[in-house]
Design a protein around this ligand. Structure first.
Ligand code: KMH
Ligand code: ZN
Length: 268
């Protein structure tokens, strides 16, 4: 498939792992999330990958909070709103599936179980895109999923390679190349490297024609000894590298067409 002339940038601003007390810059309230999303959109992001927190800043999959979050992000931005169905390692399968009821533009779907630091992120055989791949075995599971159930809603397969999780595939260029070579024909892909693998994965992805995910879900250190101050600075860096690669950031409307996500109707 012809390479893309622009770069899809996804921001994953919060995640389920970092704590607010340890990472004060982490957006955990709805207001903090919307402010962050606006800044990241201005910096070049087209998709926001969302995990939410409760009043005590703990991860939650509460249905009405999720619906309010989708509505507020749509009200405040043009970003594609992608809710996580991965949640936290402690969430039940039923509550992760119920995330779909909040009717976001997209959801993440991890294609297999992976060791996750000291925990296990369980994903037995399952539902919808974007396909999150933490390991090469999960690429094989994606082929199996598509063979059995056909393409997802919108007809387009877009994957996100999540690299460098302790227990998943390493975040290096050789592994990136192997994973990309194994993807289904016609699939598009983004990549993100956890922690110190952020930059090698970002440079590798841009060089290989892929797209980028950045954010404090994956990266809490901007440079050695320097914590991330704002999600938007990670998006700014990714956007700058994309421009240098002569594949400037995709805007949300273009990203919708690219991913097969319908344009928003009035009031959405
Ligand atoms: N928080 C991880 C256990 C996803 O969002 O879909 C799962 C995760 C994947 O972050
Ligand atoms: Zn996530």
């Amino acid at each position: 498939m012809a390479g893309s002339t622009t770069t899809l940038i996804t921001v994953a601003p919060t995640g389920a792992e970092a704590g607010k007390s340890a990472v004060p810059a982490l957006p955990v309230t709805l207001n903090e999330l919307v402010v962050t999303a606006k800044e990241c959109e201005a910096a070049g992001a087209a998709v926001v990958h969302v995990h939410i927190r409760d009043d005590a800043a703990r991860p939650t999959l509460d249905g009405s909070r999720l619906a309010d979050t989708v509505a507020a992000l749509r009200e405040g931005t043009d970003l594609i709103v992608q809710l996580s169905t991965g949640g936290a390692v402690t969430d039940s399968f039923a509550s992760r599936l119920a995330v779909l009821d909040a009717a976001p533009d997209a959801c993440s779907l991890t294609c297999g179980t992976v060791n996750f630091g000291d925990d296990v992120f369980a994903n037995p055989w399952q539902v919808v895109p974007e396909f999150e791949l933490f390991d090469l075995g999960q690429v094989a599971a994606l082929h199996r999923l598509l063979a059995e159930f056909g393409p997802p809603a919108g007809g387009h397969v877009h994957c996100d390679l999540v690299m460098g999780v302790p227990g998943g595939m390493p975040g290096d260029v050789a592994t990136l190349a192997a994973a990309v070579a194994a993807l289904p024909a016609g699939a598009t892909w983004s990549a993100t490297g956890i922690g110190r693998t952020t930059l090698p994965v970002m440079f590798g992805a841009l060089g290989a024609g892929g797209h980028l995910r950045v954010g404090m879900e994956d990266t809490l250190t901007f440079a050695r000894g320097r914590p991330v101050a704002r999600n938007a600075e990670l998006v700014e860096r990714a956007a700058e590298l994309a421009r240098i690669a002569q594949r400037p950031p995709m805007r949300p409307a273009e990203a919708r067409a690219f991913l097969g996500i319908p344009a928003r109707s009035a009031g959405q």
